[in-house]
Design a protein around this ligand. Structure first.
Ligand code: PMP
Ligand code: GLN
Length: 381
């Protein structure tokens, strides 16, 4: 018998990026920027390599990076993770999510996650023997339904897996929503794992509020971040988890047997990146806000129902007005027909086989690439 836990053998990102190459399409699917991050960040990693920092880092990450992560959380949010026991560097946010699920979820446990959800969540929960329970953000507004949250939490619920800013919808939970979630977490004594990899991509003057900063939540929360998005180095796979020593310690216990540790020179590069002054972050978010406007307006002009994102670098667009009830079929057709790649939102649902009209386009691309993508859609649709 060669069967094991049933996780998809190929993710949607692999499928769609392969189609992009095959059809030389404008790839607005998988979220990776075309340009590398700041030169001084690249140089810091290259210098670390030249200086011979090429062997295993400590399990928790090099001290310089752990200090930079803690300083970043202090500066932006007033949080004070312990540099030695409250911070662990991971192989991207993906490993942090997987390690957290393997550390906290026992067979038969339930994990409540905002749906649609990033595809690794369901796989990670199921690899741990748990079940994902979707907390649906309903189209077209994609706001959380807090009454519904109370209904779906059961005695078997172990973890609440949050994601704000939210991939793929771009929803940013506001303080009142987070406080309502916090009340449920406290009443039902839940652990909270919060994926905040898009923390610096919040538009329109809104603020990112880390869940761990809410009164009483620090002790039950593991926060997950990633350098890939903020510093445009998705291939470096440097992420982290922070929180109270007991929770981070259990996550580290699992991580020892996943990768143990990874990416020494990149860790030095990200330590340098996190020391960026406020002007870096201001420019970053202003630049992305312009690209969001370009893509969101362009898609609306083409007739899509556009959900204008408050954060992340994704736009969720409904294709029903264009005559498509099935976004997956549309996404499979688009590369050949228009030379454009997008991601069908339906793959981010607990039941990925039910057709949905929404598709996700990324704007982490130069303006001219976004304009070319829109032009091709205009000509081909
Ligand atoms: N969480 C979310 C919500 C994401 O969008 C992504 C990347 N697409 C990840 C986690 C994975 O991050 P990393 O590349 O650092 O593993
Ligand atoms: N996080 C990226 C996205 O949502 C893709 C990551 C991946 O390829 N697994 O597009």
């Amino acid at each position: 018998d060669r069967t094991g836990p049933a996780v998809p053998q190929t993710t949607i990102f692999t499928v769609m990026s392969a189609l992009a190459l095959e059809h030389r399409a404008v790839n607005l699917g998988q979220g990776f920027p075309d340009e590398s991050g700041p030169a001084r960040v690249i140089e810091a990693a290259a210098a670390a390599m030249r200086e011979g920092r090429n062997q295993y880092p400590p399990l928790a990450g090099v001290p310089e990076l752990r200090e930079a992560i803690a300083a970043h959380q202090r500066h932006w949010y007033g949080l004070e993770p312990d540099v030695d026991d409250g911070v662990v560097v991971t192989a991207g946010a993906t490993e942090a999510v997987a390690a957290a699920m393997l550390a906290f979820v026992r067979p038969g446990d339930e994990v409540v996650a905002m749906e649609p959800f990033y595809d690794s969540y369901k796989a990670s929960v199921e690899l741990a023997g748990g079940t994902i329970v979707p907390w649906r953000l309903e189209a077209p507004a994609f706001r959380p339904d807090l009454v519904r949250l109370k209904e779906i939490v059961t005695d078997r619920t172990r973890v609440l897996l949050l994601n704000s800013p939210h991939n793929p919808t771009g929803t940013v939970l506001d303080r009142a929503e987070l406080e309502a979630v916090a009340r449920v977490a406290a009443e039902r004594d839940l652990l909270v794992v919060t994926d905040e990899v898009y923390e610096h991509l919040v538009f329109d003057g809104l603020a990112h509020v880390p869940f761990a900063s809410l009164p009483g939540m620090w002790e039950r929360t593991v926060s997950i971040g990633s350098a890939g998005k903020t510093f445009s180095v998705t291939g470096w796979k440097i992420g982290w988890a922070t929180g109270p020593a007991d929770l981070v310690g259990r996550l580290k216990g699992v991580k020892q047997y996943l990768t143990f540790a990874s990416g020494t020179p990149f860790q030095y590069g990200i330590a340098e990146a996190l020391a960026s002054g406020p002007e870096f972050y201001e420019e970053y978010v202003a630049d992305y806000a312009e690209r969001r406007d370009l893509l969101a307006s362009g898609l609306a002009d083409l007739g899509f129902t556009v959900h204008r994102p408050q954060g992340t670098y994704f736009v969720t667009a409904g294709a029903a007005p264009l005559g498509y009830a099935d976004g997956l079929a549309l996404c499979l057709e688009l590369p050949e027909r228009c030379g454009v790649v997008a991601i069908p939102n339906q793959v981010f649902y607990a039941d990925p086989a039910t057709p949905r009209p929404e598709v996700r386009f990324t704007f982490c691309k130069p303006r001219e690439v976004l304009e070319e993508g829109l032009k091709r859609l205009r000509d081909g649709l």
